[in-house]
Ligand binder design. Structure first.
Ligand code: CUA
Length: 416
C-alpha cells in the first residue's frame, strides 16, 4: 500500500518528464538560436512593416493581459491549496468547512476586473482591425496594386497596371517583387481550393477563397527579402506552397519592371563555352525522395543573392540553350507554361519568362540553381508530391535523358 502510493506519483511525474524531454529533443530541429532571438525567416515578433507591427503589438497586449490574469488566478489557487490542505489524519476525515454563499464585493470586483480586461484588449483589437483591413486613406493615392492567385501549389502574381502590348498584365510566379516604403494592396484570388496568403514579417494572413474577392495590404519599411507561406491546408503539398517577397527602392523597382516587361531573352547559338556546361551537368548528383531543399542557404545576404540573379551567367552554352529551347516545345512543356516571346503560352502553370532571375523554384521551395533545377525537372513528384507537372509527365509520356535535362536546365537558367 505504502509502496504503490509512492509509485503512482512517480509514474505520473516520470511521464511528464518524458514529454518535456521529447519536447527538448525537438528543439534543435527548430534552430535554437532563432527561437531564442525570435527572429526566424517567418517571425511574427521581429517584423519589417507597419501591418505586421500592428498585429504583433496587439498580440503583446493580449499576452500581457492574460499573463496578469494567470498570475492572479494562479496565486489565489496556490494560496487556497496551501491554506486549506489536510495537515494530519484528523483533517483528512474532517467535515468540510462551512460554505459561503457569495461575497458581493468579490463578485462585483471580478465582474469589474473582467470588463476592464476586455476593454484593455478590445480597444487595440478594434484599432488594429481597422488599420490592417485596408490601405489608410492618406496612403491610398500612392498605393500599388497587385493580384495574387493561389494554385495547388504555387502563387501567381499579376501587375494590373503594367500592361504588355497584346499580352495582358505583367505576370510573375512565386516571387513577388514590390516597391519598398509604399503601401501595396494585394487582391487575393484562387483558381481551385482555399489558400491563405501570409508573409509573417510583413502582413497576413488572409484567405484566398473561391468566388470571393478578398484583399489585404502591406508595406515593407525598407528594401528587403521576405519569406511567405500558404497558411491554409490545401492538399498534399500545402506545407511546401511557399513564396518570396522582394522589396526594392523606387529606382530599382522601376528597373525591374522594365526588364520584366521585355520578352524572354535569346542567347546566340555560337558562344565560347560550348561543351563546358554539358560536362558540368554530368557531374551533378541525384537527390533522394523528400530530401530537404537548400533554399535558405544563401552565401550572401538574400537580397544580394536576388540582385546577382538578374544578370546572365558568364559561361553560357548557346548551342545547349538552343537545344533546351527546342525540347521545351517538343516535350509539351509549353502547353502549361508561358515563356513570352518564345512561343510558349500555357497558363495553368507558372510563367517562366524570367525564371532565371528568381532566387527560388518550385514555389519558393528550392534554390534556383543548376543542381536544383535538374533535380526538379528530373522528378517533380519526389520534390512536391501530387503536383500537376508530375502528372503531366505521366499523361504526356514525357521522359528526359540526362542530356535533355542538361539542355532544358541551361535554357531555363538563361531566362533572365
Ligand atoms: Cu495553398 Cu496551403
Amino acid at each position: 500500500m505504502r509502496f504503490s502510493s509512492f509509485l503512482q506519483p512517480l509514474a505520473r511525474w516520470s511521464g511528464r518528464a518524458g514529454l518535456a524531454l521529447a519536447g527538448l529533443a525537438l528543439l534543435p530541429g527548430c534552430k535554437f538560436y532563432d527561437i531564442w532571438r525570435m527572429d526566424g525567416h517567418q517571425s511574427t515578433l521581429v517584423v519589417d512593416g507597419p501591418v505586421a507591427r500592428s498585429q504583433r503589438d496587439l498580440f503583446y497586449v493580449t499576452c500581457w493581459v492574460t499573463l496578469v490574469i494567470f498570475i492572479l488566478v494562479g496565486a489565489v489557487l496556490a494560496y487556497a491549496t496551501w491554506k486549506f490542505k489536510a495537515r494530519n489524519a484528523a483533517d483528512e476525515h474532517a467535515e468540510p468547512p462551512e460554505q459561503g454563499h457569495g461575497n458581493p464585493l468579490v463578485e462585483m470586483g471580478l465582474i469589474a476586473g473582467s470588463v476592464l480586461a476586455l476593454v484593455i484588449i478590445a480597444y487595440p483589437t478594434l484599432t488594429s482591425l481597422w488599420y490592417t483591413y485596408d490601405v489608410p486613406t492618406e496612403e491610398k493615392k500612392d498605393a500599388y496594386e497587385i493580384t495574387a492567385t493561389g494554385y495547388q501549389w504555387w502563387f501567381k502574381f499579376e501587375y494590373p497596371h503594367e500592361q504588355i502590348n497584346g499580352a495582358g498584365a505583367l505576370t510573375a510566379s512565386n516571387e513577388l517583387v514590390i516597391p519598398a516604403g509604399r503601401a501595396v494592396r494585394v487582391n487575393l484570388r484562387t483558381v481551385d481550393v482555399i489558400h491563405s496568403f501570409w508573409i509573417p514579417k510583413l502582413a497576413g494572413k488572409v484567405d484566398m477563397i473561391p468566388n470571393r474577392a478578398n484583399f489585404l495590404w502591406l508595406k515593407a519599411d525598407q528594401p528587403g527579402y521576405f519569406w511567405g507561406q500558404c497558411a491554409e491546408y490545401c492538399g498534399d503539398s500545402h506545407a511546401v506552397m511557399r513564396f518570396r517577397v522582394v522589396a526594392l527602392g523606387p529606382k530599382e523597382f522601376n528597373e525591374w519592371l522594365d526588364s520584366q516587361l521585355q520578352g524572354a531573352r535569346s542567347v546566340a547559338v555560337k558562344t565560347a563555352a560550348a561543351g563546358q556546361a554539358k560536362a558540368q551537368f554530368a557531374a551533378l548528383r541525384t537527390f533522394k525522395t523528400n530530401e530537404a531543399g537548400v533554399t535558405d542557404k544563401f552565401e550572401v545576404a538574400p537580397l544580394e543573392a536576388w540582385r546577382a540573379k538578374q544578370f546572365p551567367e558568364k559561361n553560357e552554352d548557346g548551342a545547349l540553350i538552343a537545344q533546351g529551347k527546342a525540347l521545351f516545345t517538343s516535350k509539351t512543356c509549353m502547353a502549361c507554361h508561358t515563356i513570352r516571346g518564345h512561343g510558349a503560352v500555357g497558363v495553368t502553370a507558372p510563367d517562366l519568362t524570367h525564371l532565371g532571375s528568381r532566387t527560388t523554384i518550385a514555389a519558393g521551395l528550392l534554390e534556383n540553381n543548376r543542381e536544383q533545377l535538374q533535380r526538379w525537372i528530373h522528378n517533380p513528384a519526389a520534390v512536391k508530391p501530387g503536383n500537376k507537372m508530375a502528372k503531366g509527365y505521366i499523361d504526356n509520356k514525357i521522359s528526359l535523358t540526362p542530356e535533355d535535362e542538361a539542355a532544358l536546365v541551361a535554357y531555363l537558367e538563361s531566362l533572365k
